[in-house]
Design a protein around this ligand. Sequence first.
Ligand SMILES: C[S@@+](CC[C@H](N)C(=O)[O-])C[C@H]1O[C@@H](n2cnc3c(N)ncnc32)[C@H](O)[C@@H]1O
Length: 260
Amino acid sequence: MSGEPRLGDVFGELLRDAYAVHTGIGPRPLVGGRLPRPVIEIIERDDGLVNGAPAAHYLDGPEHWQPYDHRAVDRTRGATLDVGVGGGRIALLLQERGIPVTGLDTSPGALRVSRHRGVRDLVLGTVDEHVADGRRYDTFLLLGNNLGLFEGRERAPAFLAALAALARPGAQVIAHGTDPYGTTDPVHTGYHERNRRRGRLGGQLRLRLRYRELGTEWFDYLVCSAEELAELVRGTPWQLTDVDDRDAPYYLATLRLRGR
Ligand SMILES: C[S@@+](CC[C@H](N)C(=O)[O-])C[C@H]1O[C@@H](n2cnc3c(N)ncnc32)[C@H](O)[C@@H]1O
């Protein structure tokens, strides 16, 4: 035993257990063999910072959502790809409203939970892989902070190119991001500074997720300001047309496909 986690579907397993606690369906992690154990997503950053976040909110119904989630859903139109669908909370409301939605995710376990909860159209894979499937969309959703999937300056252009290849004329991306620079906590401001010295964006986080004995590989997840986002989008097939920061530091960015 190395003390290192075994690589696995962290997100899928924690969603499965959160779902079991939420519904009573399936075996639940128990404290002392008796009481349901709250399911916590462990987020490790490469400077040693460790945070825990309860996973239950991935299953929350609309009555518990933040206002920006509702505004994102209200702006959704046409054939929609929910990128990183997770437990399907957004896709379920879209389905209810009659909006054709496809949930995409790299986690087989997350897709199982989404399917069990009633999301009808689900695809395993990344946006790049999905291009070959030949399906095209009017709206791309990156919710639950999934603007993070831009990763940083290196990955963002390819990610946006894949979305453009999946797009119908006039398509939009609605992405939820968080401006990381309001904090005065030296643990974070020091991390931002160290990143910049290494040529990275300040909020380009290097993370690993853990749940029980499982862990992911280390990956980059981007937390950036709207100004940095505008810079990343420049020169791509997309144009940043709106930043709704009514719930600052959280914001909803809307990108539109440029006319061809
Ligand atoms: C923070 S959760 C957000 C879930 C959901 N959007 C929500 O708001 O509840 C991130 C989700 O993105 C998925 N994911 C991570 N990397 C991905 C990638 N490269 N392509 C597609 N999905 C990905 C994860 O498996 C997880 O389900």
